[in-house]
Design a binder for this molecule. Structure first.
Ligand code: UAG
Ligand code: ATP
Ligand code: API
Ligand code: MG
Length: 484
């Protein structure tokens, strides 16, 4: 229970109708969860406007309603609080409700098209290797110390974020890392959070279905940096053409990382192998269990964040060599006949390019690359032909298949991918919509020394078809296929 007056102090109301002297039993943004004493926040969503539910709450027991527009008829028992932006107010209220947990630990946010899960997870792992208690909010899973809390979003809604952060604080966590998706930044899911630092990994094509323009997508990511406070660090990848833009309007202390040029955190790749890489980080050599230039970027960001969090350099470097890849990211499987399969979460054109280049760097001209890839339904359609084209350009054989078709027809998604292929590429391509068959075909085609890339689903253990998640795991599938 909390006093309404105290709760709403932080949201700067424009106008209030009704009494502020009452107690609130919970804060909700879903009218279906309203109970006696609730504070309901009406948020304008992508499909419905939360304001349309206000008249239905007459007899619900709701104590107060935060909205951008008062309803035509007001109830004397309900307090109406008008704000400029209720999505922002929801974030701030969620923080207040849980006693501002983000101020009680050091929270690092990671944004960018690719590398968020990897970077955030490795910061969490690094903290734990150094003996701290830590938490994680990520696409794969949330963690309160060692307790796994399943998730189905990259960045949850503000009430969930703060509830999880509060549980981390309660468990004694001193650090937390989280992914900040562009959707979350745009929908203000992170409003009210106090970050100790922000990291920008890169910006390439994705999510055009939602953001419509690259500029809007960039702006969503930049808004996270713009919101960082003076006490925070803002760490950006300056090899990305949008890296410096992230720093333009932030009040945070600015830091850079690079594999190409002078930067606060500078990395060089000394040697790369299928099972690891030798890196030089600000002049110190370190062996890591990660492959690919893209992972060198992620590790440089992790190194930079670790130093900026005040962790001791030698300890950080030692821990660095003990970090292990995240589930479903460049995860290798070997067949008895001597070929390798890599299961990877590459689901954007840039990720497909990076992961294939990392594989080619190791196989050279020795082995063929067979790529199995699809694209998710009800998501960015423009990336489909590009993903196919880039995969074909870097593979000897391409098998186009289904990812999570969601409500779309898998065959149509595959056709949209095929549109990116020229005649020569088409001759090297098979389209097999049954993902299991596609993986089996790749395994049957592969010869000794060949590498199969199975891209797009990584850690996912389901295939989502028409709202139903059917069990499906690329890792299990390839192991079965190799046995067969
Ligand atoms: C497109 C999108 O991002 N949608 C998110 C959004 O939902 P929405 O805007 O559609 O909500 P809505 O249904 O219009 O409802 C508006 C408001 O009315 C309320 N409502 C609704 C119905 C009702 O009866 N009563 C009621 O009060 C809702 O609680 C809400 O507050 O706000 C919700 C609450 O935060 C999110 O759960 C939801 O994510 C959906 C499930 C989703 O699939 N999102 C994906 C695209 C996503 O967010 N992906 C990103 C990044 C992916 C990446 O890793 O690159 C992520 O962070 O996961
Ligand atoms: N720094 C990077 N630059 C480019 N590609 C990367 C980078 N890191 C990872 N990738 C590629 O992107 C895939 C997804 O990586 P990761 O899960 O870390 O990204 P993410 O940003 O969390 O993705 P999502 O948007 O789904 O949350 C990896 O499997 C790999 O193919
Ligand atoms: N977080 C990403 C995941 C994509 C993974 C891919 N398997 C798909 O379903 O499209 C997204 O929502 O775009
Ligand atoms: Mg992620």
């Amino acid at each position: 229970m909390k006093s309404l007056r105290q709760l709403i102090q932080a949201i700067r109301p424009i106008e209030i109708i009704g009494s502020e002297k009452k107690n609130i039993t919970n804060v909700v943004n879903d009218s279906r969860q309203v109970s006696q004493g609730s504070l309901f926040v009406a948020v304008r969503g992508c499909t419905v406007d939360g304001h349309t539910f206000i008249p239905l709450l007459q007899y619900s027991g709701v104590a107060a309603i935060v909205c951008e527009e008062f309803p035509e008829i007001v109830e004397s028992s309900i307090t109406y609080i008008k704000v400029e932006n209720s999505a922002i107010a929801l974030g701030v209220l969620a923080s207040e409700w849980y006693d501002n947990p983000s101020t009680k630990l050091k929270l690092v946010g990671v944004t960018g098209t690719n590398g968020k899960t990897t970077t955030a997870t490795l910061i969490y792992e690094m903290a734990r290797l150094l003996g701290y208690k830590a938490g994680l909010l990520s696409t794969v899973c949330n963690y309160i110390e060692t307790e796994a809390v399943p998730t189905n979003q990259t960045t949850p809604d503000p009430l969930t974020i703060n509830q999880l952060l509060a549980r981390m604080v309660e468990s004694g966590c001193q650090y937390a890392a989280m992914e900040v998706s562009s959707h979350a930044a745009h929908q203000h899911r992170i409003a009210g959070l106090i970050f100790a630092g922000g990291i920008f990994s890169n910006l390439t094509r994705d999510h055009m279905d939602y953001h419509k323009t690259v500029q809007a997508y960039l702006q969503a990511k930049k808004s996270f940096f713009d919101g960082l406070g003076r006490e925070a660090f803002a760490l950006t990848n300056i090899d990305d053409k949008n890296g410096m833009i992230m720093l333009q309007n932030t009040s945070a202390a600015r830091y850079t990382y690079s594999l190409r040029t002078m930067a606060d955190f500078r990395c060089r790749i000394i040697e790369t192998r299928l099972d690891g890489t030798t890196l030089s980080l600000n002049g110190s050599e370190v062996e890591v269990l990660f492959t690919g230039r893209f992972n060198a970027y992620n590790l440089t960001a992790v190194y930079g964040a670790s130093i900026l969090l005040g962790w001791e350099k030698e300890q950080v470097l030692t821990a660095m060599s003990r970090l292990v890849p995240v589930a479903g990211r460049f995860q290798a499987f070997h067949s008895p006949k001597g070929c390798t399969a890599i299961v990877d979460y590459a689901h954007t054109p840039d990720a497909v390019i990076n992961v294939l280049e990392a594989i080619r760097e190791i196989t050279g001209s020795q082995g063929n690359i067979i790529t199995v890839v699809g694209a998710g339904g009800d998501r960015d359609r423009g990336k489909r032909p590009i993903m196919a084209r880039e995969a074909a350009a870097r593979s000897e054989r391409l098998i186009l298949t289904s990812d999570n078709p969601r409500t779309e027809n898998p065959e149509s998604i595959i056709s949209e991918m095929e549109a990116g292929l020229d005649e020569a590429a088409k001759n090297r391509t098979l389209s097999i919509s049954d993902r299991r068959q596609a993986i089996r075909t790749a395994a049957a085609l592969a010869q000794k020394g060949d590498v199969i890339l199975i891209a797009g689903k990584g850690h996912e253990n389901y295939q989502e078809i028409n709202g139903i998640k059917h069990h499906f795991d690329d890792r299990e599938e390839i192991m079965e296929a190799f046995k067969a």
